[in-house]
Design a protein around this ligand. Structure first.
Ligand code: C5P
Ligand code: MG
Length: 217
């Protein structure tokens, strides 16, 4: 276990209530590896003024940061398609959110690839911010695999290879889907058919999030 501990708080750091001074809007973005989360987040940043925080990107940055005490641990988990202990990921997300609010006054967040495990879902909503809803990109494995292998030709990612992909799929089904199912039972999931072209998928994203009250900038 990493030598960090998360703070205990009686209230989350950011409030999901729009009238609060410490307000933040959080949408979780989930879907299997290769479902198109990153692609669609880029569209939403352009049109809705979100700040995009990819948990995977933040972990890769931390892994490569000289002097990071977590570099080796993160590298190992990512290679094996396993979920990095929540203390590390939640701390990175909280720091990035604080910096976005302080430096850019941006309070609308797409938290991409998170929460991937039940403990991080519960902890993040307890101490950082309750999410408005989860955007879930639904896609069959064979389609995701084709996309990832194609991306692997140029991505330089250590986990876009057949062996790591298999492990990532298994982690997604065993560990991440229970989180999606929990939010679904709470009526907090917006499900998108992610098999179509990026343009068609985005159209459906726009319709569904606007129906949930998300406004363009
Ligand atoms: O989302 P992305 O595919 O970039 O994530 C890459 C890897 O980063 C995951 O397979 C996992 O090892 C790690 N990760 C994690 N916890 C998250 C998001 C990503 O451990 N919430
Ligand atoms: Mg991604």
């Amino acid at each position: 276990m990493p030598a960090v501990s998360l703070p205990e708080r009686s209230e989350p750091l950011f409030s999901s209530s729009p009238s609060a001074a410490n307000h933040a809007l959080v949408l979780f973005v989930l879907g299997g590896p290769g479902a198109g989360k990153g692609t669609q987040c880029a569209n939403l940043v352009r049109d809705y003024g979100f700040k995009h925080l990819s948990a995977g990107d933040l972990l890769r940055e931390e892994q490569d940061r000289p002097g990071s005490e977590f570099g080796d641990l993160i590298r190992d988990y990512i290679k094996n398609g396993q979920i990095v202990p929540q203390e590390v990921t939640i701390q990175l997300l909280e720091n990035a959110m604080k910096s976005s609010v302080d430096k850019e006054n941006k309070r609308k967040f797409l938290i991409d690839g998170f929460p991937r495990k039940m403990d991080q879902a519960l902890k993040f909503e307890e101490i950082v911010c309750r999410s408005s809803f989860t955007l879930f990109f639904d896609c069959p494995e064979d389609t995701m695999q084709q996309r990832l292998l194609k991306r692997g030709e140029t991505s330089g990612r250590a986990d876009d290879n057949a062996e790591s992909i298999k492990k990532r799929f298994k982690t997604f089904v065993d560990t991440s889907m229970p989180v999606v199912n929990m939010f679904e039972e709470q009526g907090r999931v917006v499900k998108i058919d992610a098999t179509k072209s990026p343009e068609e998928v985005y159209k459906s994203v726009q319709e569904k999030i606007e129906a949930r009250g998300v406004k363009s900038d």
